[in-house]
Design a protein around this ligand. Structure first.
Ligand SMILES: C[S@@+](CC[C@H](N)C(=O)[O-])C[C@H]1O[C@@H](n2cnc3c(N)ncnc32)[C@H](O)[C@@H]1O
Length: 231
């Protein structure tokens, strides 16, 4: 006998929406790549001339970053999320913004079906790191224009201190829900060198990585930020 379980990400969205219906929001004035608002780089990580560019977000959650890019930089943004409830929430917040499209689906499936290339593909603690990189990164590379940029933020592999196991395999992690309960997820919790290996194999070059640390006194690393280009 098998029990049916919704995805942990669905449970997360369900609890968020239990607080009440999502309201239309003013897009944030800044793009955030880390869990600490106002800390680390902003939209400039994607380039300085963004107006009219086509961008795709993989795992957009409530859509704040795509809304920022569309509203403040004139980006033609498409933002996707695995969980339909998140897309409903994102549309309630930002459905009024022109040139911004929200779509429900698995990042890999969306990339396989995409017909027009994107100037930038990005993920902020989203699908990159939650889907096998040997599948997702080549699919993303195929959907980039020549010189297109892939950029992503992932939880830093040394965020809990210590040294993680070197390697390229996924590990178990726990997703903390709004009610503080925790559900198991699988995460590719990789060091920059392992990401670099995957990106290189996907045909991407000019790979950069940076560590963003906690803005408080501890200075522990929180976020690994990576960019790569199709040349
Ligand atoms: C930690 S949240 C980050 C949301 C958003 N990027 C932000 O910064 O607020 C991760 C999101 O990735 C989505 N996600 C997980 N796996 C995915 C996949 N395979 N394809 C698309 N989205 C996915 C989840 O549903 C969730 O909304």
């Amino acid at each position: 006998m098998f029990a049916a379980h919704p995805s942990p990400w669905h449970s997360h969205a369900l609890q968020r929406l239990a607080d009440g219906p999502a309201e239309p929001l003013v897009p944030p004035s800044r793009m955030e790549w880390t869990p600490h608002r106002g800390h680390g780089p902003g939209a400039e990580l994607l380039g300085t001339r963004l107006h009219g560019k086509r961008a795709l977000e993989l795992g957009c959650g409530p859509g704040h970053n795509a809304a920022h890019l569309s509203h403040h930089h004139g980006v033609q943004a498409t933002a996707i999320d695995l969980v339909g409830l998140q897309i409903r929430r994102a549309r309630s917040h930002y459905g009024h913004i022109p040139h911004l499209t929200f779509s429900a689906g698995h990042a890999l499936h969306y990339l396989h079906a995409a017909q027009e290339p994107f100037d930038a593909i990005y993920s902020v603690f989203g699908a990159i790191g939650l889907v096998a990189p040997e599948l997702l990164l080549p699919a993303a590379a195929d959907c980039l224009t020549d010189r297109g940029l892939l950029a992503f933020a992932a939880p830093h592999p040394r965020r809990r201190g210590g040294t993680p196991e070197p390697g390229v395999s996924p590990s178990r992690d726990l997703l903390t829900l709004p009610d503080r309960s925790r559900l198991p997820i699988v995460r590719w919790d990789l060091e920059a060198t392992a990401w670099s290996h995957h990106l290189h194999r996907a045909g991407l070059r000019q790979i950069t990585s940076q560590t963003v640390s906690h803005p408080g006194g501890s200075r522990r690393p929180t976020t690994l930020l990576i960019t790569a280009r199709k040349t």
